[in-house]
Design a protein around this ligand. Structure first.
Ligand SMILES: Cc1cc2nc3c(=O)[nH]c(=O)nc-3n(C[C@H](O)[C@H](O)[C@H](O)COP(=O)(O)OP(=O)(O)OC[C@H]3O[C@@H](n4cnc5c(N)ncnc54)[C@H](O)[C@@H]3O)c2cc1C
Length: 416
């Protein structure tokens, strides 16, 4: 059994630490904290969980396994959480809707998702009739003539998930070093022997597992050619008619997401509706002072709201945040040992869609640590050969701003 130093206690780091500990490894988990770290991508009120991945059955399969375990986690952790809150679920199966501003056609993310999910026996509805839309009054349904509603999908409360897993890690005896900041690798001639902290302390280990998300290209500069840290705007709105945004009337959604980038969630227990944008975003460091939502991003949101959710057009924005993706050139996760640095493994590259896999992430990362076969690791392999722009998450817009893109699609719809 080896001594593994896990750097970063977001969802990648904490799930890996727990699984490795369970398999008998000695584990140290390092993070500057406080945990869940306020700047971490994993720290958020909600993350979507969907099996819809267009033609990519590898991710659909992974999501199916994850959803089964999310339900299990609801039971397993529900008891522990009961004392804290009454609404104990971490995963809320409220459905996820992906709709388009025109009829779906072959090649579309939504069309290909419908095909695959039907083949795999999912409970899925087509959103192409007034009858189907009647349940969802907040929408300007005229704008969205077609789409899908995936019923066995929903969202998780990611901050609560990480907080729960941190407690689990402590209870398993994992050595948690909060207020410890990684500075650099302790490189010896032939291998990585451990890490050096910002205060100069050296920690030795058999393997260093770097799980620092969007910080990766900054903490390990040689990875800048593989990873790009991109900032994505997130908005919390307070609707004046909260009843219209209850889960049964407002499932998680993607509004022509490959065109506009916009997606969002039903109202939560604090009366907030979260809406965010899944697009190229802005390249910035996670610690940058520019990590704030811009006036242009807010204007873009307002334009989107006024066309798609008129009742939200003037709703007050009570919180904004720029959340960080660790992008890879093809949009796939990156979980692999460094072939040139013995003793180093990187688990990053979320590209904005990794949280839903949390219940299976620990096992996948542990397979990479133990170098045991796991088919999905081929997709997440060390791949410096992949060129920039080779692809993204199939549900992601590639438009710089959704205004421009919306203009194009409106022209398209008008057949201009
Ligand atoms: C806006 C947004 C929306 C998203 N929506 C979804 C969604 O709907 N569904 C989905 O599945 N996924 C979604 N994701 C992706 C998901 O958030 C990520 O896959 C996941 O959170 C990545 O986790 P991580 O552990 O790699 O990184 P993080 O959660 O960022 O954790 C990295 C950790 O590294 C630590 N760290 C930083 N510097 C140091 C240092 N010097 N020393 C030690 N530790 C350090 C940080 O403190 C932090 O705790 C979204 C991401 C964003 C940004």
């Amino acid at each position: 059994m080896s001594r593994v130093i896990v750097v970063g206690a977001g969802i990648n780091g904490v799930t890996a630490a727990i699984e490795l500990k369970k398999r008998g490894h000695r584990v140290i988990l390092i993070d500057p904290g406080p945990l869940p770290h306020p700047l971490a991508a994993s720290t958020d009120i909600s993350k979507a969980v969907r099996a819809a991945y267009g033609p990519d059955e590898g991710y659909t399969d992974l999501a199916e396994r994850a959803v089964k375990l999310w339900r299990k986690w609801n039971e397993e952790f529900g008891i522990e959480l009961y004392h804290e809150v009454f609404d104990i679920e971490l995963y809320h199966q409220v459905g996820v809707m992906f709709v388009r501003q025109r009829k779906m056609k072959p090649g579309d993310f939504e069309y290909e998702s419908l095909k695959i999910l039907k083949q795999r026996g999912h409970n899925i509805e087509r959103m192409n009739s007034a009858q189907a839309w009647k349940r969802f009054p907040a929408w300007n349904a005229n704008l969205y003539p077609d789409g899908i509603l995936e019923l066995e999908a929903g969202y998780v409360e990611s901050t609560r998930v990480v907080a729960t897993l941190i407690e689990r890690a402590k209870s398993l005896g994992i050595e948690l070093r909060e207020a410890a900041r990684f500075s650099c690798l302790d490189e010896r001639d032939d291998r990585i022997a451990g890490v050096v902290l910002a205060d100069g302390e050296r920690i030795a280990g058999d393997l260093v597992l770097m799980a620092v998300g969007a910080w990766t290209p900054y903490l390990l500069p040689f990875t800048k050619k593989f990873f790009r840290a991109s900032g994505q705007p997130v908005f919390h709105l307070k609707p004046s008619q909260p009843e219209l945004f209850a889960p049964e009337r407002f499932p998680v959604f993607g509004a022509d997401i490959t065109t506009t980038g916009y997606y969002g969630f039903p109202i939560n227990r604090d009366g907030v509706v979260k809406i965010a944008n899944h697009s190229p975003g802005r390249e910035i460091s996670p610690d940058s002072s520019e990590r704030v939502v811009t006036a242009e991003e807010e204007r873009d949101l307002r334009e989107f709201l006024s066309s798609t959710f008129p009742v939200l057009a003037d709703a007050p924005i009570v919180h904004t945040r720029v959340c960080m993706y660790c992008d890879t050139h093809d949009g796939h996760l990156w979980i692999a040992r460094d072939p040139d640095r013995e003793g180093l493994l990187i688990a990053a590259g979320d590209s904005g869609h990794g949280f839903k896999f949390a219940p299976v992430l620990g096992e996948i990362i542990a397979s990479a640590v133990e170098e045991t076969p796991n088919p999905i690791l081929q997709k997440f392999r060390w791949r410096p050969d992949v060129r920039a722009g080779s692809g993204t998450d199939v549900a992601r817009s590639n438009a710089k701003t959704s205004n421009a893109q919306r203009q194009t699609s409106n022209d398209e719809i008008k057949g201009a």
